[in-house]
Design a protein around this ligand. Structure first.
Ligand code: NAG
Ligand code: NAG
Ligand code: NAG
Ligand code: ZN
Length: 545
């Protein structure tokens, strides 16, 4: 025994101290709970209303004319719950009872996120799953699992296309909106094929890979699918070395990166000659873009990723709600409909730096964008999905009282006699041991955007988490998103709902052989008669044997 006193008696003492505190605080803090909740009728009435609307809900079997896919990068379920509480607390409510926009979606499932070579995936492999319908290896975008991370010769022949391309091939307008650089893993998987997600510009592609024919992601933004709306950051990968950034002309690291001398922005504008195409890099020009008369929009607001919502300069950069709105207004002019990917891309980066406040504010902003999209579209013809690519090592620790700040501290102390925050990380930069103890945060404002939450294991950047993520769906065929599925199921079901892509055997086509799906509402033949018949005959066959 080297300890000064018996460890179990310390533990007991601490436990008692915590319990006393808890009891004391329970009697003091109960006032935080809304009074109406003491009436059992409050809960019964609420339940009755939800039940009634569930009973009244009919399956929506329309063809999805439009698809809006909202992807919260790193938005695990713990993040969703914590952001919900923050959203309520920002409106001076207790928070837990808040209904986020994503909470209102009628159909919900869980998604298994592992990739082919890793138990816990990255945004590249997962984007390939939920956009291209194929699970792949870590770090690769738009190639199947025979493509090896960074090995150019394994790319050719292993490319897989995405739902964005399938939609464009079907005559729809397509767009990507993100808060990261538009060449980042999530949007990249919608238009590019690269065995390395970091090959943003040609300067990032190693010479041997170039000789073997691999090209950078930014050039593929022009060369692959004709994308109508491109909004996010990432200017520096589009212009030649030596080009000064228009917003940060004295910051050389913000300037052009390309070594091939190409200016992809002017090339893009030239490619769209004869159409109304606009390139903007700031809020003034963005606001002046009239969606009614604009065919193509490329908006790149930062040299790299856009700023975090809590650090955004609203005079220079629009919010994700505004960029989503502009995209929808441009895309929805197409009578054949549209596909839009909206990425809340920096929830993930907030978590990697273990600044929970930043990650949660990103998530609240993302939810606001979803609300705007629902206002601008109709549940009758627009299938809206909200999901995440993967989770993080964020944990939501007991036992804060009702209404306690989600960025605050638990009323319980640890056995080390120190408080801890409700939100902490399994690993990350917040791990510190000072005099053999965790840092004392009693006087620290843990709600600050710069506060770094503590972590069990030290890492310079916190890692992803591996548990299932949620998928929430609303609109035509949204009931296909149910149960616990592989992440690669998502685009398959989206394509089925929209009658695009390879499997259209269930779709009703017009007289001409042109594959123009008829809106089932106005068609006499119900869409799933065929499928039902097949199912019935299979069941019948089984019963007869
Ligand atoms: C919440 O309360 C604070 C402080 O009383 C006030 O400044 C703020 O405007 C309130 N916010 C809302 C959304 O009511
Ligand atoms: C771009 O596409 C054209 C065909 O449209 C093709 O000839 C060319 O090789 C492509 N360039 C790159 C760099 O992939
Ligand atoms: C926005 O961009 C345009 C075009 O480059 C430029 O003329 C204008 O000065 C910029 N506005 C601001 C506020 O920087
Ligand atoms: Zn990440």
């Amino acid at each position: 025994m080297t300890g000064l006193s018996h460890p179990s008696s310390i533990a007991m003492e601490t436990w008692l101290r915590s319990a006393v505190w808890l009891c004391l605080l329970v009697s003091v803090c109960h006032a935080a709970a809304p009074a109406e909740e003491e009436n059992p009728e409050f809960w019964r009435k609420q339940a009755r209303e939800v039940l009634q609307s569930a009973l009244k809900r009919k399956l929506n079997t329309n063809v999805a004319k439009n698809i809006v896919l909202f992807l919260g990068d790193g938005m695990g379920i713990t993040t969703m719950t914590a952001a919900r509480i923050l959203k309520g607390q920002l409106q001076n409510r207790t928070g837990e009872e808040t209904v986020m926009t994503m909470d209102t979606f009628p159909h919900v499932g869980l998604v298994k996120v592992y990739c082919v070579d890793f138990q816990i995936p990255d945004s590249a492999a997962t984007a390939t799953a939920y956009l291209c319908g194929v699970k792949s290896n870590l770090f690769t975008v738009g190639v199947n699992a025979a493509g090896r991370n960074g090995v150019c010769r394994t790319q050719k022949g292993n490319e897989v296309t995405s739902i964005l391309k399938w939609a464009k091939d079907a005559g729809k307008s397509v767009g990507i909106v993100t808060t990261t650089r538009v060449q980042h893993a999530t949007p990249a998987a919608s238009y590019a094929h690269s065995v390395n997600r970091k090959w943003y510009s040609d300067a990032d592609v190693p010479a041997p890979a170039k000789r073997e024919g691999c090209t950078d992601i930014a050039s593929q933004l022009l060369n692959n699918t004709d994308i109508d709306v491109i909004i996010g950051g990432g200017r520096k990968y589009m212009t030649p070395k030596g080009t000064r950034d228009p917003e940060y002309p004295t910051d050389l690291s913000a300037g052009g990166k390309r070594t091939d001398g190409r200016n992809l922005i002017s090339e893009w504008l030239r490619m769209k000659e004869g159409k109304v195409a606009r390139y903007v890099w700031n809020r003034t020009d963005f606001d002046a873009v009239d969606p009614a008369t604009t065919d193509y929009l490329m908006a790149l607001f930062e040299p790299g990723d856009m700023r975090f919502e809590v650090e955004r300069d609203p005079a220079m950069d629009p919010s994700i709600t505004e960029t989503t709105e502009k995209a929808i207004r441009i895309l929805r002019k197409n009578p054949k409909g549209f596909f839009l990917l909206v990425e809340g891309g920096r929830i993930d980066q907030g978590h990697h730096s273990s600044r929970a406040a930043v990650a949660l504010h990103e998530t609240v902003a993302f939810d606001n964008a979803i609300a705007r999209a629902l206002e601008l579209t109709s549940e009758d013809d627009t299938l809206t999905l909200v999901t995440a690519d993967h989770s993080h090592s964020l944990s939501f620790n007991g036992f804060p009282f009702r209404g306690n700040s989600i960025l605050g501290k638990s009323p319980l102390f640890g056995t080390d006699m120190l408080p801890y925050t409700t939100l902490m990380y399994g690993n990350g930069p917040g791990h510190k041991i000072v005099n053999n103890k965790r840092p004392d945060i009693r006087k620290v404002d843990t709600g600050s955007k710069d506060y770094v939450q503590q972590a069990a294991a030290p890492m310079t950047t916190e890692t992803h988490g591996g548990e299932d993520v949620a998928v929430m769906a609303r609109g035509p065929m949204s009931h296909l998103f149910h149960g616990i599925q592989e992440q690669s199921y998502i685009p398959y079901a989206l394509a089925y709902a929209a009658c695009i892509g390879q499997d259209q055997s269930h779709c009703v086509f017009q007289q001409s052989s042109v594959p123009t799906p008829t809106v089932f509402n106005s068609a006499p033949v119900p869409p799933f008669v065929h499928l039902t018949a097949v199912l019935l005959s299979v069941l019948l066959a089984a019963a007869l044997h």
